[in-house]
Design a protein around this ligand. Sequence first.
Ligand code: PDD
Length: 283
Amino acid sequence: MKTVYLNGEFIAEEQATVSVFDRGFLFGDSVYEVIPFYRGQGFRLNEHLHRLEYSLRAIQIAVEHDWIAILTRLVELNGGGNLSVYLQISRGNSGNRSHVYDAEMTPTVFACCSPIKDIYSAGPESVVGVRAIVTADLRWGRCDIKSTGLLPNILVMQQARQAGVEEALMIRDGLLTEGASCNLMLVDKGVIYTPKRGSEILGGTTRALILELAAENGIPTQEVDIDYDRLMSADEVWISSSTRAVVPVLEIDGQPVADGNKGPLWARMFELFTRYQNNLMNG
Ligand code: PDD
């Protein structure tokens, strides 16, 4: 039986209910995080909590919780091991449907876990490269906020599935932004390029780790504008997210990326991630 956290209580999944007047349900008036735990330990937990505070502040939800204590307990109650924790905070239940909200409302806090693979222990051979389409980015102007308003992301993923591929990369005003639930990088002549941070993309914790590990290991990186031609002529293309780490994209819009195989710099980055994770778990 799975245990979830809801508004101060650890309870069985079946017992967790939220009002139909919750603003998360009615308006998507809520923010979230997805945080991996390996062998019961949070991976980049502080970075996730930092971004959570950023999202909460951006939409003016005031909530004080000991997130580390809550999430650690939740993971323990679900048997520890390798789990992805979903944490959602909505503005709360207003008892009616009104666009205007009362600043004093009590937020609804919900967290649950689901099993994930320990990608690093499984090794680079276990990573399956993906195929992607490029499609219009129809999202709002504050993609830096991790909002649960994910309708455009859902629609582009469905479009990808209908095209028979696994991923959707989004483009706005001629520039690539990110994937439906991941950031985007490309490699050209040994340099890693990724779109600049700003309101067009989410500041991914995995993206930040790629840039950090590259800097520590002498791999050049640049945050730049990426147009379609630049993407299509790259030596390697990667996507990154907390639950999947860094994954090679092998085909875009039906054309292979370079020779269509996982690239050497991807393999190097995966090795750096693995070493980082081992140090974190053993230290
Ligand atoms: N998504 N961009 C978007 C739009 C995302 O939804 C995500 C993460 C990322 C990568 O961020 P990070 O490296 O911090 O996971 C980038 C999560 C995993 C999700 O929605 O399930």
